[in-house]
Write a protein that binds this ligand. Structure first.
Ligand code: K7E
Ligand code: CUA
Length: 624
């Protein structure tokens, strides 16, 4: 089989016009195919025998599907889809009252970067945070149930692409905006871009007991585009770093106009300092949010020039350096926090932009790493031996190099065009150095064809040795922007929702199931168990509910099968409604019975040998 890899290269012309050129690179069979013995050893590395588990969870962003994908590593088996920003009939997410309210009418989201909650810079496995670039939201997934626990809308943002990342102890979940926008999203002519448009960073707090977000404050910045960001660690723990592009303030044709400057900026912000100012009341209330302008406070914000249009910026596990990857400049730039702090101390500034002191590039930069022919570096991950791993979008490869010296150790192709990669615990203070998954944007002919558009692709590499070993490719739905690979011991999922006698709307025995009517509201306090629904214990047809057309109906259902994995679904024929109750869970379905007639209700989730019998009737009496 002859493989063709598409490589799109972006090259700058004299006039600053960027042209995308397309090359075809041939990977011939001899180079690509490995021997049968090789294949056997690779297969053995990832084979997880029945009865055993993968070592890691990979929690992968589902991009514009708005969902979270859960994979096992190293097997690369997909375990679960967790709906976050998008309704999901398979689990009834967005149909029951609570999740419907949480989604607030949105039917899609664009989930880019997952961030697992951290303690001392290491994953603690309790929650996962996600950004919605499409509709300006942040979500928290409870990793004890893999259910979305809260979603908060973020005002003043234009797509929080550069988040989410958490500070060392999850003090904050930070979300910098991608597009600058007038505050409140108000109307302002594009000619007023520099004056009226703002680049805003949201600093959210999450209360783990209440499982609720609140927006602590926002940071108002110049109308640059913030691309990616990271939180400092250890010595740099009070800081956040962000890459910018479009420091040209282009308002049209960004492909060209936002790629003019040779240098854009890394922005350094001291969140600790800003937190202190907010506590002292030094903020303005704008659009109902505490807004701080870091330029009002000495020592809160700095910029560092970086080669043009950088994409990722990642802090090293020891917190001493940060690495920017230049999507248009084919190099990784290593910066030193120590040197940055020194320059700040001495007030050694080379420039000032928008009132922001600019630190001299030469004094803060430690080295530029420029492997020959490696093009389009996007993101950096780390192992436990002081090495960095960079994905190269254009030259389709992963480059391993030594952070201390810049020495390139290994390069391996990835199939094709990787965006992020994710190494086992590879963005924490304590990476494991075991596996790395390149999250590719293009699959080409990796898998059985499903038409003109293919799945995205993930390449699994074993990175435990000196050389990286490509093990396998696995398909993934759009779009794997980023993932975190978390050791299985750090996540402690529940087997059940514990029985709670005081839970609102819950009924814990068949005998207690009942119906209450208040005016035109009908509240059904029912139970689901193998293999029946009980809505009204006193009725001679306990699994039927009769209401009047126009009534507002509430099915408060409790699954009283306290047995792991016995989930009951609840679909109403012809009513376009379906939700579920997991073991021990209580959920409410609320709707107006506007359609008169007879509607079967049935359990949608296969739960027992008599699952087909798990049904009932909704009877809606016509108005007249
Ligand atoms: Cu896909 Cu992280 Cu949204 Cu880079 S971003 S590739
Ligand atoms: Cu309950 Cu099927």
């Amino acid at each position: 089989m002859k493989r063709k890899g598409i490589i799109s290269a972006v090259s700058g012309l004299a006039a600053g016009v960027l042209v995308a050129a397309v090359f075809f690179a041939d990977f011939n069979k001899e180079e690509k195919a490995s021997s049968a013995a090789d294949n056997k050893s690779k297969a053995e590395k990832v084979y997880v025998p029945y009865g055993e588990y993968d070592d890691y969870y990979m929690l992968a962003s589902g991009g514009h599907s708005g969902q979270l994908f859960v994979y096992g590593v190293p097997s690369m088996r997909k375990i679960r889809t967790v709906p976050v920003f998008t309704p999901d009939p398979a689990t009834g997410y967005g149909y029951d009252e609570n999740t419907k309210k949480m989604l607030g009418g949105y039917t899609w989201g664009d989930f880019h970067h997952p961030a697992v909650s951290e303690t001392k810079g290491d994953y603690d496995g309790e929650f996962l945070f996600a950004n919605d670039v499409g509709n300006n939201r942040v979500a928290a997934v409870d990793l004890s149930t893999f259910h979305t626990a809260d979603i908060m809308s973020l005002p003043n943002m234009g797509g929080p692409h550069a988040g989410v990342f958490v500070t060392e102890n999850t003090e904050y979940i930070a979300l910098p905006t991608r597009f600058a926008r007038p505050l409140g999203g108000k109307y302002a002519e594009l000619d007023k871009y520099k004056e009226e448009y703002k680049g805003v960073v949201s600093m959210a707090k999450f209360d783990r007991d209440k499982k609720k977000f609140n927006l602590a404050y926002q940071i108002m910045l110049p109308p640059w585009s913030y691309d990616l960001s990271d939180a400092g660690k250890k010595m740099s723990g009070d800081w956040i770093v962000m890459t910018t592009y479009n420091t040209e303030f282009a308002t049209t044709n960004l492909e060209i106009n936002a790629s003019q400057n040779d240098r854009d900026y890394i922005v350094l912000i001291n969140w600790k300092k800003l937190e202190g100012e907010v506590a002292k009341g030094n903020y303005k209330e704008i659009e109902g949010v505490k807004m701080v302008d870091p330029r009002d406070y000495k020592g809160a914000i700095y910029a560092i020039p970086v080669s043009k249009s950088p994409h990722g910026v990642d802090v090293t596990p020891d917190g001493k350096r940060f690495i920017a990857a230049g999507k248009l400049a084919p190099l990784m730039t290593v910066f030193s926090f120590e040197k940055a702090f020194e320059a700040i101390e001495k007030e050694d500034y080379s420039d000032e932009k928008f009132g922001i002191p600019v630190l001299p590039y030469k004094k803060v930069m430690e080295r530029e790493v420029d492997p020959p022919g490696a093009l389009g570096p996007l993101h950096t991950q780390f192992d436990d031996k002081g090495n960095a791993y960079n994905t190269m979008f254009i030259s389709s490869e992963v480059v391993k190099w030594k952070v201390d010296t810049g020495e390139v150790i290994d390069r391996k192709p990835s199939y094709f065009s990787p965006g992020h990669s994710s190494a086992a615990e590879g963005d924490t203070v304590d990476p494991d150095g075991k596996w790395l998954v390149a999250l590719n944007k293009i699959a080409k002919d990796n898998f059985l064809s499903v038409g003109p558009s293919h799945p995205e692709s993930m390449d699994l590499f074993d990175i435990s040795g000196e050389e990286m070993e490509h093990i396998m490719a696995a398909p993934v739905d759009p779009e794997p922007h980023y993932a975190q690979i978390v050791h299985k011991d750090k996540i402690k999922p529940k087997k059940l929702y514990e029985k709670d006698e005081k839970r609102k709307n819950a009924v814990w025995s068949k005998e207690d199931a009942h119906i209450e009517r208040k005016g035109n509201e009908v509240h059904v306090y029912g139970v689901a168990l193998r293999s029946k629904f009980v809505f009204d214990a006193k009725s001679d047809r306990p699994d039927a509910v009769t209401v009047n057309q126009g009534d507002r109906v509430f099915f408060h259902m409790t699954n009283i099968d306290l047995d792991q994995d016995i989930t009951h679904g609840f679909g109403i024929n012809d009513y376009n409604l379906n939700f579920e109750v997991q073991p021990g869970q209580t959920n409410t379905l609320e709707f107006v019975a506007d359609q008169a007639g007879t509607f079967p209700i049935y359990c949608t989730n296969f739960c027992s040998a008599l699952h087909q019998e798990m049904s009932g009737y909704l009877l809606v009496k016509p108005k007249e």
